[in-house]
Design a protein around this ligand. Sequence first.
Ligand SMILES: Cc1cc2nc3c(=O)[nH]c(=O)nc-3n(C[C@H](O)[C@H](O)[C@H](O)COP(=O)(O)O)c2cc1C
Length: 370
Amino acid sequence: MTQPLLFQPLALRSVTLPNRVSVAPMCQYSAKDGIAQDWHLQHYGALAASGPGLVVMEATGVSPEGRISPHCLGLYNDATEAALTRLVKALKSFGGGGAIATQLAHAGRKGGAATPWEGGKFSKDGWPTISASNIPFDTDWPAPAAASTEDLARLKACFVEAARRSLRVGFDLIELHSAHGYLLHQFLSPLSNRRNDGYGGSLDNRMRFPLEVVEAVRAAWPADKPMGIRISTSDWAEGGWTVDESVIYAKAFAAAGIDYVCVSSGGLVPYAKIPFAAGYQIPFARRVREACGIPTRAVGLIASPQQAEATLAEGSADMIAVGRGFLDNPRWVWHAAEALGADMSYPPQYLAVRGKIWPGAAIARPQAAE
Ligand SMILES: Cc1cc2nc3c(=O)[nH]c(=O)nc-3n(C[C@H](O)[C@H](O)[C@H](O)COP(=O)(O)O)c2cc1C
């Protein structure tokens, strides 16, 4: 049987993803002192057991002040490493068969935020932040310190140390967070980077620190293991980072050993005008894919299996990331397989609902019934 494109495997170095569906990284704001809790086990457990080719865990701070919020995951000391080691070992025992990735991140000037359900502004438990320049994220956010050369060396070392810990944890893959207005993106965009040293000004200079991080992490991460990156292709704001610049950036990080890019947008400035609509970022993924030839993951309001399959079929991407669709329905992949007529393996405990075995499927999802 020929599988739909969404259910064809994808080889990235020594790791073969069993299908092209990825759980998009999504902060859970449920860690304590950076340490994963029971919430993470039930959340990622249900997702990993449901068979996506790749589960990318939420943005994980490479240092305490690199976390987005005081409740975000970290990977910067033995306690955070031990909790993630237990978690990843459990996820791999659940039979979903997909790869598990960490998203290594530093929030820069957006660090120390309150959770979305507390309003998402700068938290009363926040901390002094650091960025490319001392420009705050918003008028009611504190100004970050502009990173000194010593700070840059220290920040890079944090990413490298987190990569070493990721290997011990047992992650299959590292995804670097260079999107959504966090530290690496703050260096890329002229709206947040006003430096006049070798790390600011020209595009080459603005890309310098993110590329140094890419190279340092790549050198610390085994050569047979894949490494991806997430970028924002547009700030959706006048004078900001652009798709053309993203293409140049993508060529540079592909040459530095990045194996795939997840193409997102926005997050740098609160006043961005983002035209949210079904699949609104897919044209950016196509542009980067065509210009660079690097495997590309499309994301953003891709919520139906048919839309995901069509995105692959038209050559816009090699993988699809689904975010809120998985919060709504952790079994998104099973239902996609059902809708597209694909074959996939289930954990034995749940074989009773596979394919058409469960007559209740036709009652629960009449639109999917033949
Ligand atoms: C609750 C929540 C948390 C998120 N956290 C992250 C994150 O940690 N890292 C990241 O790169 N994107 C994050 N995102 C963005 C998602 O990965 C994704 O790009 C976005 O939700 C659009 O995809 P969707 O329409 O399928 O949800 C988050 C989104 C949501 C809804």
